[in-house]
Design a protein around this ligand. Structure first.
Ligand code: NAD
Length: 296
């Protein structure tokens, strides 16, 4: 039977360290790290995600500010809000909860966020940085997956990795982050012919398709590491991933459950990015103070 990778436990352990770092920041600059969350409309799932993020802020010593807008908000109003938050010294991270209503120009909104505060890692600079290795913030879900693999001492270098799902927020950055760690990566998506011929080769299989039960045991190599990113709500209300957990557990060496695997790590990486942003801000402040002293 596969070892279950407990994302909840790792997230809890990491949050203890984050709380200590946030406390040190608050002591040094007289204010806790700050995260601003912009929530547009009344999508029920978005409201739940935002509530979880705000709770995680409380647990890690981050001051959160939630700015709510009706779904009729204009593009300009959102851009003006982001411009103010960019200038606000008390805000270290800015997050726009997706999806946005269709009349909002998503690219403009994401590009408006200062790259220094782009804790979701969706600004074009941070996306491009995944290719060149210059990213400031890694997107939270793939970053959480990397942390899970590292916590289990699972080698990435030289491994055959198959990522199922090619979205901009999960699949593509996941593939780039694992490629940067010298894995051999294949990306599959809805148009891939015969998915199983790829997945069966994977030493590490990461699944982020949003299709319950997509991965069955016959598609998985014996001893593979299986990371299930999917979050699907079944008609009876239960939450399930993209992997047939019971069947695949009998074949894999390690597997993440849903819930309790990748999900808690995603939120924890958002906290990590926000605190790292505040720490970088302190280093920048120290450097400017040194430069001023030098000029005097
Ligand atoms: P998306 O809909 O933007 O992208 C889905 C991707 O999967 C696409 O590339 C699509 O081509 C591919 N796909 C769909 N059906 C497929 C099939 N039958 N075979 C192979 N590929 C297929 O979704 P997303 O935002 O990337 O999210 C994917 C899943 O991960 C969802 O269930 C989402 O809820 C979940 N998710 C979880 C977390 C987390 O923290 N655990 C974070 C983000 C997303």
């Amino acid at each position: 039977m596969a070892k279950i990778i407990d994302g909840q436990r790792l997230a809890r352990a990491l949050r203890g360290g984050l709380l200590a770092r946030a406390g040190a920041i608050a002591e040094q600059r007289g204010a806790a790290p700050g995260l601003a969350v912009i929530l547009v409309g009344d999508d029920a799932a978005s409201a739940v995600y935002v509530r979880n993020k705000i709770r995680a802020c409380e647990a890690t010593g981050i001051q959160s500010t939630c700015l709510r807008f009706p779904s009729t908000v204009s593009n300009d109003e959102l851009l003006a809000t982001i411009a103010l938050l960019n200038e606000d010294a008390g805000i270290d991270g800015i997050l726009v909860q997706l999806p946005l209503p269709p009349h909002i120009a998503l690219d403009q909104v994401l590009e408006a966020i200062s790259v220094e505060k782009d804790v979701d890692g969706f600004h074009l600079y941070n996306v491009g940085g995944l290719v060149t290795g210059n990213t400031i913030f890694s997107p939270c879900t793939p970053y959480g997956v990397v942390k899970l693999l590292e916590s289990e001492n699972i080698a990435i270098e030289g491994q055959n990795v198959v990522v199922v799902g090619a979205s901009n927020i999960v699949g593509k950055p996941m593939a780039l982050m694992l490629m940067a760690r010298d894995a051999t990566v294949a990306i599959c998506h809805a148009k891939t012919r015969d998915l199983a011929q790829f997945t069966i080769l994977a030493d590490i299989l990461v699944v982020a398709a949003g299709v319950p039960g997509l991965i069955i045991p016959q598609m998985v190599k014996t001893g593979a590491v299986v990371i299930d990113v999917g979050i699907n709500r079944l008609p009876d209300g239960r939450i399930t991933g993209d992997v047939d957990f019971d069947g695949v557990s009998a074949k894999a060496s390690c597997i993440t459950p849903v819930p309790g695997g990748v999900g808690p790590m995603t939120v924890t990486m958002l906290m990590e990015n926000t605190i790292a942003s505040a720490e970088r801000g302190l280093v920048r402040d120290d450097r400017s103070a040194e430069n001023l002293a030098f000029q005097e």
